[in-house]
Write a protein that binds this ligand. Structure first.
Ligand SMILES: *Cc1c(COP(=O)(O)O)cnc(C)c1O
Length: 374
């Protein structure tokens, strides 16, 4: 039996990336300015159907700038999804502001609208002021309950940052996620559905936000001949080389989404006796970035046992994200929980979902897992 390593979600080049990179070398645009950046920004904007995009060095940087643009200040509170990766909420702390964590509903695993409203009301009554922003995550590529959440945000007049780092290509009622909030953010880290070998983007229909993101990302340098600075900036631009890789990857994005969705279908067919899979609610179109599987009965096997069995067969898998309100670093933070994220964390794993997996790999993985239950 073939025992080559199977990774969780490795990069998958489409073939044209190298051409764009060679072009960058040939023209000596090997820097954080250059034609690939501008082209990548406009190609990404038209893919999403949004007015503008600033290509940045990471998704985390994009969230950091989004918070600054929405004027989040020291001691402000920002509502965050608890069921997420830390890059999603850490930038709140960079600004001296405070993440307030809200738990998930069980349909999409994303922010529970009822709990969100309860949290907003409770913060207003306890602190006398509204949370400054909401960072809404579409976890594992599954769109959140956007209608309800957007309505609540509108009612309380709180801006939304949509963290679509895991959800590029996913749609809600036919519209790409990342385009619903006041600002959307994306990640092109090596494990995401497409990669620039590290990178991110801030997108918005508000062009002033996009321009401000570019300005802050280039050290807040004023547009005069000498180096003039009126505020603190950051070095957050994407390089022209990385943008070249991104242009190649965008060309194959729809194939990647299709492939990841097929992988989900495969696992959910083969492994349904032992695991629950998250179906798509009506109107939600997931990119199935990672297929997640939740143990039906934890008395038979534990997440640790699954992970060990797969590791022995050189198959990489991961537990689900550990909720932020259970992280030691956030133990002082306020949270509104209903137990959903914690229960999922205790029962679920992410299965290898790379778009370059072949059918033999998938069979190998499902055989190892099925054998555990026999
Ligand atoms: C990957 C990720 C980020 C951060 O993106 P980077 O490009 O790695 O900084 C933020 N939020 C979520 C939900 C992510 O999965």
């Amino acid at each position: 039996m073939d025992k080559s390593k199977i990774w969780l979600s490795p990069p998958h080049m489409g073939g044209e990336e190298i051409k764009f990179v060679q072009e960058a070398f040939a023209t000596n645009w090997v820097s954080p300015v250059g034609p690939h950046i501008t082209a990548f920004e406009s190609e990404l904007s038209s893919y999403l159907g949004i007015a503008g995009c600033a290509a940045l060095s990471s998704g985390t940087a994009a969230i950091h700038l989004a918070l600054i643009i929405l004027d989040v200040q020291r001691d402000d509170e920002v509502i965050c999804s608890t069921f997420t990766f830390s890059g999603s909420c850490n930038p709140v702390v960079y600004l001296g502001a405070k993440p307030v964590f809200v738990d998930s509903e069980s349909l999409t695993w994303n922010m529970d609208p009822d709990l969100l409203e309860e949290a907003i009301r409770d913060r207003i009554s306890k602190t006398g002021k509204k949370p400054k922003a909401i960072i809404l995550v579409h976890l594992y590529g599954m769109p959140a309950q956007l209608d309800r959440i957007m309505n609540i945000a509108k009612h309380y007049e709180i801006p939304i940052i949509e963290d679509a780092a895991e959800a590029l290509g996913a749609e809600y009622k036919g519209k790409k996620v990342g385009t619903f909030g006041n600002i959307g953010i994306l990640s092109f880290n090596g494990n995401k559905i497409i990669t620039t070998s590290g990178g991110g983007a801030l997108v918005s229909d508000n062009i002033d936000y996009v321009k401000r993101a570019r300005f802050l990302a280039t050290q807040a340098r004023e547009p005069v001949p000498h180096y003039e600075h009126k505020e603190i900036g950051y070095n957050y631009r994407l390089s022209n080389i990385s943008a070249g890789i991104g242009r190649g990857q965008l060309k194959v994005l729809d194939h990647r989404v299709r492939k990841r969705r097929e992988i989900f279908e495969f696992y959910s067919e083969k492994l349904s006796p032992y695991f629950d899979f998250v179906p798509e609610p009506i109107g939600h179109y997931s990119n199935r970035w990672l297929t997640t599987a939740v143990l039906k009965d934890t008395k038979l096997k534990s997440v640790v046992q699954l992970q060990q069995a797969l590791e022995l067969e050189h198959i990489e898998c991961r537990p689900l994200w550990k909720p932020m309100h259970l992280q030691p670093v956030y133990k002082q933070n306020v949270h509104y929980s209903n137990g959903t994220a914690e229960s999922l964390f205790n029962r679920g794993i992410c299965l290898p979902s790379g778009s370059n997996l072949i059918i033999n790999d998938l069979s190998r993985i499902s055989k190892v897992l099925s054998a555990l239950f026999c």
